[in-house]
Design a protein around this ligand. Structure first.
Ligand SMILES: Nc1ncnc2c1ncn2[C@@H]1O[C@H](COP(=O)(O)OP(=O)(O)O)[C@@H](O)[C@H]1O
Ligand SMILES: [Mg+2]
Length: 237
């Protein structure tokens, strides 16, 4: 799988002097104030911090959804901060999977259609993409929901579909922005256990954003942000 291209210990993500300012009515918001960070291939890292500390901004910059104000971002050996918008979109579709707090499933589509969407964007034909989507739904334990629309599914089922969608292209890196934020404790635990099962064996690199104190049990390292700056990190047993 794509996750195994680079060896464990090699750098998956390397960030230097990363800054992001937003212009707002009154002036500027310094969302990131100069971040340095190295994440190894296959590592599970939690980005922790209060609301507004810059966690989502960091994820969006690493995924190339936004451009930095200053600094460099190297992902899988490529300088994404130097890419054009088109190059970034291609790069993201090939190498990065996303899981969101709000699931972001399309309401008019069934689970299988939602999961197959990244393959549709790649031009994979319908029968093949639905075969692979069903396989992914089975891996996350909700093959039975294949023909249901999001409104007919529980929050936990919707997030499992979101995870199935994130892995359908076998990305080297998965980014999860508060993936358990809308779930009860037990269901959130199930989602985190699922990440372990799906990603560890493939050597997938996981960046997971959380303000949940339980996260250290599920990741290798926790990096703390406060007010756009890195204020500490801890290696987890
Ligand atoms: N598009 C934007 N325009 C203006 N300010 C933004 C934008 N996105 C984020 N911010 C600001 O940047 C800071 C960090 O936000 P964010 O990265 O969303 O934090 P977190 O995910 O940790 O809650 C906050 O002050 C937020 O209001
Ligand atoms: Mg956020």
């Amino acid at each position: 799988m794509a996750g195994g291209i680079r060896g464990m210990g090699e750098s998956a993500i390397s960030i230097k002097g990363l800054k992001k300012d937003y212009n707002v009515g009154a002036g500027e918001v310094h969302a990131l104030r100069g971040i340095d960070m190295e994440i190894a291939c296959g590592e599970f890292v939690c980005i922790a911090g209060k609301s507004g500390s810059g966690k989502s901004t960091l994820l969006n910059l690493v995924a190339g959804l936004e451009s930095p104000t200053d600094g460099s971002i190297n992902v899988l050996g490529q300088r994404i901060d130097r890419m054009s918008e088109i190059e970034r979109i291609r790069f993201r579709r090939s190498h990065i999977g996303f899981v969101f707090q709000s699931y972001r499933l399309l309401p008019q589509y069934t689970a299988i259609e939602n999961v197959a969407l990244p393959l549709m964007l790649r031009g994979v034909e319908k029968r093949e993409r639905e075969r692979r989507a069903l396989e992914a739904l089975d891996m996350v334990g909700i093959a039975k929901c294949a023909r249901q629309r999001p409104a007919q599914m529980s929050g936990g089922e919707q997030q499992r579909a979101g995870i199935a969608r994130s892995i359908i292209t076998s990305p080297a890196i998965v980014m999860a922005d508060e993936p358990t934020g809308n779930l009860d404790t037990a269901t959130g635990e199930m989602v985190l256990t699922l990440f372990q099962k799906l990603f560890r064996q493939n050597g997938t690199t996981l960046m997971i954003v959380s303000h949940d104190d339980d996260m250290p049990r599920h990741v290798d390292r926790t990096i703390r942000l406060s007010d756009g700056a890195l204020i500490g990190e801890g290696i987890n047993a």
